[in-house]
Ligand binder design. Structure first.
Ligand SMILES: Cc1cc2nc3c(=O)[nH]c(=O)nc-3n(C[C@H](O)[C@H](O)[C@H](O)COP(=O)(O)O)c2cc1C
Length: 710
């Protein structure tokens, strides 16, 4: 027979708080199980099948041993034999819904903690909450007192517990929640003779004694042993934390009572201790009902009042402190008030926060792009069409100027480049698209001249001439080109469509093979996950989103254009939060973050990569020109287009990938290589952009731009 807990009582007690845990693989235990089952006075409860089914459903899946290991547990105070999963499977299933407020790794840490609770009235709730949440592997409980009917206004015991030691009652209750949790009980008060045994080996003590002497003694000895003490006073939600493990010389009670210790207290009379005990409570801040009631004790009241809710709150706040302590999270010494009454005094109507004149919920409509182009003189019209070029996050990383001979556009250097804009290669792609638009617009006006790329790709210039070419008719496409982030129908491209797209140049690589496309879609999804989990990339992406009514609508990406259904907008809000992403990163989780990108990529008719000659910026400008040419061709074919650019597309080597995402640089290298392989490119080939091309007849509106010459 295996006995899960031992009593460290200094005197024997007849109060039974220990269960028998019987292993059906053990011969003696099997005999005992049979005897108990044959005993007409013993009730048998067997819900093992349901427990197994539930355990089989937890994620990640439990191992086979956990599914098949079982025990019979005999509860003598209930005369009941219960069939349960074995210790490991039981804990896994019982605490499954803790995840990930408490992760499995954190659970393993908490399981090693030994926590003591002295005073099992308020302490009952503390011990119970610690047990329920699974915050300790061992609980040690001490109280000399027994449950009285008058305790049942605050201690969640029952009428069957009247007359039973309070530590025993708490231990029984915990055993009924988790028979495998080690609970040691000490049904005696804490005094000079028992303090050392109680504290021995504990990591933390929750002290909830009525006796002032015991409070001082426990702290005195806990300080000597370097064990932290917490206390909740069930009035105004006061929680005290004394970290003697971190500050071995810290005065007891934060020094609020001066330099008091157990030896000093011994010389004081009962009357002399009263002001000290009062000072501890801080009479200026106890709740007014508590203060007034205290003045009535001995007159109209037998003792001071305590409410069940206050005691339950004490359980919750102490358990939260134990959780922080157990996980090594911040928990400094000090006092905090978690005052529910004060919080309820502050109930606030959110409607009062609404401004009297509501903010605009819509953004003014985009002016008619074609009409605007038509109304402008030649140079301004060319500049206007240039500004319709695509750019990452619609950042429009350019400034455009007109002079007597032509139009000049340069990459803006007002701030440092974005994290993914390495050597401003990404901006160069946008500048190239702009250059292509200038040529189309100049041609449409019969003013086609010569485009030059200058200053290492930081600048493009179109000298206006008097020419025109076949691209003149593309001006309509320039003015209605848009990024569509909607899903496609996955239907393949026809040969004429492929031919039309590749006719734009040898640098266009069309991926239609389903298997390769699926592989690339998964890699793109993973890159989206990394974009979310890397703080700088996440901040840039979220910072570029524009909501209806935004004060800065002319740059950035309108959330309406993200293709997220209104019902899923709440998810967008969750995903926008850096604190949420930080948790997923810490847990090595977040696979769902890539799902939408993988999904839309898979729904494409093809993925296109536009490769460039070299890693220098001017090559990326040329790549941008090719990108815009292909995008316009796709638009002419009635195909929808959206760039899907992994964050490291512009990283030439591992050092640059490391700059983008130090913790995911290796994964990014795998993605970069995999994508290039998918397109049949060399693994370090420079690529201007990856586009997904798909069919979805739903028109998407063109996006906004800053005034081109601002
Ligand atoms: C170099 C570059 C990278 C881009 N990357 C993405 C991307 O990864 N995902 C996306 O949805 N759009 C991407 N875009 C599209 C831009 O967000 C879009 O061009 C911009 O918001 C302006 O909208 P429009 O193309 O509809 O005019 C990219 C555009 C460029 C030029």
């Amino acid at each position: 027979m295996s006995d899960h807990s031992s009593t460290i009582s200094s005197r024997p007690t007849s109060d039974q708080a220990t269960v028998e845990i019987l292993d059906p693989r053990d011969d003696r235990d099997r005999l005992r199980i049979a005897t108990l089952r044959d005993d007409y006075a013993v009730r048998v409860t067997d819900t093992l099948a349901a427990q197994r089914t539930s355990l089989g459903e937890v994620v990640p899946a439990p191992d086979n041993h956990d599914l098949h290991d079982t025990r019979w547990v005999f509860y003598p105070w209930r005369s009941t034999l219960v069939h349960l999963l074995g210790p490991s499977g039981f804990r896994r299933l019982r605490l499954d819904r803790n995840q990930n407020k408490i992760t499995l790794a954190e659970d393993a840490m908490l399981r090693t903690r030994r926590i003591g609770v002295v005073g099992l009235s308020v302490g009952h709730c503390i011990a119970h909450t610690i047990a329920v949440e699974g915050l300790a592997g061992t609980l040690r409980l001490a109280d000399f007192d027994e449950i009285d009917l008058s305790n049942l206004n605050r201690v969640p015991a029952t009428v069957f517990d009247i007359g039973v030691n309070k530590a025993v009652v708490a231990a029984r209750r915990i055993a009924e929640i988790d028979p495998y949790l080690t609970v040691e009980i000490m049904p005696v008060g804490i005094d000079e003779t028992t303090a050392a045994a109680f504290l021995d080996g504990l990591h933390l003590v929750a002290e909830e004694c009525d006796s002032f002497d015991a409070k001082v003694l426990i702290r005195d000895r806990a300080r000597a042993a370097g064990i932290p003490v917490i206390m909740e006073t069930s009035d105004g939600g006061v929680l005290d934390v004394e970290r003697y493990d971190l500050s071995p010389d810290r005065p007891l009670f934060h020094g609020l009572l001066g330099d008091i210790d157990a030896a000093g207290l011994a010389g004081l009379t009962a009357g002399e201790k009263v002001p000290l005990a009062l000072a501890l409570l801080d009479p200026t801040r106890v709740t007014s009902r508590m203060a007034a009631s205290a003045l009535e004790v001995g007159a109209t009241l037998a003792t001071w009042p305590q409410l069940g809710g206050d005691v339950a709150l004490g359980g919750a706040s102490c358990a939260a402190a134990v959780r922080r302590f157990g996980l090594g999270l911040p928990l400094p010494s000090g006092r905090v008030r978690i005052d529910i009454e004060a919080a309820l005094d502050g109930v606030h109507d959110p409607l009062d926060d609404l401004p009297t004149t509501p903010p605009p919920t819509t953004t003014p409509p985009i002016p008619d792009v074609a009409a605007t182009f038509g109304s402008l003189p030649d140079a301004e019209a060319v500049a206007y069409a240039a500004s319709r070029a695509p750019s990452a996050h619609n950042s429009q990383p350019w400034s455009i100027a007109i002079d007597a001979e032509g139009i000049d556009a340069r990459i803006r250097e007002t701030g440092p480049p974005g994290t993914t804009d390495l050597e401003r290669r990404m901006s160069a792609v946008a500048l190239g698209a702009l250059a292509h638009n200038m040529e189309v617009a100049a041609s449409a006006r019969g003013r086609l001249g010569r485009t030059t790329i200058r200053e290492d790709g930081m600048r493009v210039r179109h000298e206006m001439g008097a020419g025109t070419d076949h691209r003149a008719c593309d001006i309509d496409l320039v003015l209605r080109r848009a990024t569509s982030r909607l899903p496609g129908d996955g239907s393949p491209l026809g040969p004429t469509e492929v031919e039309a797209l590749t006719a734009a140049g040898a640098h266009v690589h069309v991926l239609t093979d389903r298997t390769r496309l699926e592989t690339c879609a998964a890699l793109l999804g993973d890159s989206a996950r990394i974009r979310h989990l890397t703080p700088a990339l996440h901040a840039e992406t979220i910072g570029a989103r524009r909501r209806p009514g935004s004060r800065d609508p002319d740059t950035g990406v309108d959330i309406e254009s993200l293709g997220v259904p209104v019902a899923a907008r709440g998810m967008l809000d969750l995903v926008s939060r850096p604190d949420v992403m930080a948790h997923l990163e810490a847990w090595g989780a977040g696979s769902a973050l890539g799902g939408p990108t993988t999904g839309v990529a898979r729904s494409s008719s093809a993925l296109l990569a536009i490769s460039v000659e070299d890693w220098d910026r001017a090559s990326f400008v040329r790549g941008g020109m090719a990108t815009e040419a292909v995008w316009l061709r796709a638009t002419a074919l009635g195909l929808a287009v959206s760039p899907l650019v992994p964050p490291s597309l512009y990283a030439a080597d591992d050092e640059e990938r490391h700059r983008i995402s130090p913790s995911h640089a290796t994964a990014l290298a795998v993605i970069d290589r995999g994508l290039r392989h998918g397109f049949g490119l060399a693994e370090d080939a420079p690529v201007a952009v990856i586009l997904r091309v798909f069919r979805n007849p739903t028109p998407v509106p063109v996006s906004r731009r800053r005034p081109p010459l601002a």
